[in-house]
Design a binder for this molecule. Structure first.
Ligand SMILES: Cc1cc2nc3c(=O)[nH]c(=O)nc-3n(C[C@H](O)[C@H](O)[C@H](O)COP(=O)(O)OP(=O)(O)OC[C@H]3O[C@@H](n4cnc5c(N)ncnc54)[C@H](O)[C@@H]3O)c2cc1C
Length: 410
């Protein structure tokens, strides 16, 4: 390709900056246009400020959701976890493997990743125009006209990397969907994911703000389809925490499909049910106290009232007077308190967007539009979302690379 192909990338986020690097490597003149005054504002907020940028398991399609998983798999095959680790090494963000296969930069600072990208773009002659919002794309001429809030720009090719709707304060507030729709592309149903869930009933109000470590099963139409262990936080509206975030993608899709969805909380995953029954029965006989006091030192004290109430037991009843049925009921609640999930929190709280630009409008090999091959797409704007654990940034790097490498002028 000659160096005469002018490419404009809309959005200096994870996917846009990767696309810019790839397009530059393919020989294009590249300009990135970003509405914010800095690049990678969302990157700097990822992973609780530490940037969980990929996962050892990120090549596995089971962690992604889309109407066309084969499309997603094809892209991930062309930019694998190994490529992502090399990209980060090249930038200078030394990859560090932590628990559950999660990779973070060794600095532990997400802001350092944004800074390294910005530095790399500058060093490699990729201009970034900050504080400029693209408002429309005019397709009528051979060159694309991009209408910004401070004048028009012209390009041979444009990459729409404007992100989804999650965390709109970061700059990705869904306006990219309008840009894509105005140019004829279809949008699937979108919803916030990796987000807190709302539950039925007010029983969490009493323990608002409590954080524990527990195992949570996601029950959909009576069947446990996913189990996660980690932080669980109780709020007056429902549940949060890392275990909940990991379940939230599947929960959102199931709710959207009208299925009955429950979080089943196991407060003592360290015990198998039978072992728990024996242990509690033993504890009841040796503790010489009320049922409530018998649980002190076994579960968080703030949970005791809730657990005995849900078991249908009077908290003051002597533990050694519990019937077999009552002990069994107590153990059932300890191993599986059920909360019906009725919905999720909204876009402000969400980390990602499920749904997006329909993949049937995009060529899976090049990520160029099937409607106008001068337009490319990458990142969260597309109908692809991943689980919590580094999968969404993985999609951003992979789709950015594939899109940028293929946005060639013929
Ligand atoms: C709080 C939080 C934590 C997260 N943590 C993780 C994590 O640890 N691991 C993980 O894998 N994923 C995480 N994610 C998800 C991940 O950050 C996103 O999926 C990813 O950043 C999407 O990349 P993108 O390039 O598609 O979009 P973005 O990163 O959202 O970038 C889009 C850019 O486009 C700009 N823009 C939008 N419209 C215009 C316009 N019209 N003109 C000019 N510029 C425009 C925006 O300002 C923005 O900078 C997290 C998300 C959030 C909100």
């Amino acid at each position: 390709m000659s160096g005469k192909c002018d490419v404009i990338v809309i959005g200096a986020g994870a996917s846009g900056m990767t696309a810019a690097i790839a397009a530059k490597n393919a020989g294009a003149n590249v300009t990135v246009v970003e509405r914010n005054s800095t690049a990678g504002r969302k990157i700097a907020a990822t992973g609780n400020g530490r940037c969980n940028f990929t996962n050892a398991d990120a090549d596995d399609i089971a962690h992604y959701y889309s109407q066309n998983k084969a499309f997603v798999e094809g892209v991930l095959k062309r930019f694998t976890v190994t490529d992502m680790l090399e990209l980060f090494d090249m930038l200078g963000a030394t990859p560090n493997l932590e628990e559950d296969g999660k990779y973070f930069p060794l600095s532990g600072q997400a802001s350092s990743v944004a800074e390294l990208f910005e530095r790399f773009l500058k060093k490699n002659g990729i201009d970034v125009l900050y504080g400029t919002k693209i408002k429309d794309i005019d397709l009528t001429n051979k060159k694309l006209k991009l209408i910004t809030d401070s004048g028009d720009m012209w390009a041979d090719r444009v990459i729409i990397a404007t992100g989804g709707m999650a965390c709109p304060d970061s700059g990705s507030d869904g306006n990219g969907y309008a840009l894509a729709q105005k140019t004829g592309h279809k949008l699937t149903h979108i919803m916030p994911v990796i987000v807190q869930v709302k539950t039925k009933g007010g029983f969490y109000k009493r323990i608002n703000g409590l954080r524990i470590n527990a195992s949570v099963g996601l029950e959909v139409d009576g069947k446990i389809i996913q189990k996660e262990t980690g932080d669980v936080m109780f709020f007056d509206y429902g549940l949060s925490g890392s275990a909940i975030f990991k379940l939230s993608c599947k929960a959102s899709y199931a709710l959207d499909a009208g299925k009955s969805v429950f979080a089943v909380i196991d407060f003592v995953p360290q015990f198998e049910t039978d072992a728990l029954k024996k242990y509690i029965a033993h504890r009841c006989t040796v503790q010489d106290c009320s049922t409530g006091d018998m649980l002190v030192g076994f579960v968080n004290k703030k949970l005791i009232q809730l657990i005995v109430d849900e078991s249908g037991i009077d908290i003051a009843k002597r533990a050694d007077k519990l019937s077999e049925k009552e002990t069994a009921s107590l153990c059932n609640v300890l191993k599986g308190l059920k909360a019906r999930i009725t919905g999720t929190k909204g876009w402000e709280n969400a980390q990602a967007t499920a749904g997006g630009i329909e993949l049937s409008d995009v060529d899976g090999k090049t990520l160029r539009s099937r409607l106008d091959e001068r337009i490319g797409f990458c990142g969260e704007i597309l109908d692809v979302v991943g689980d919590c654990g580094g999968y969404n940034l993985s999609w951003a790097w992979a789709s950015g690379f594939v899109c940028g490498s293929n946005i060639v002028c013929q």
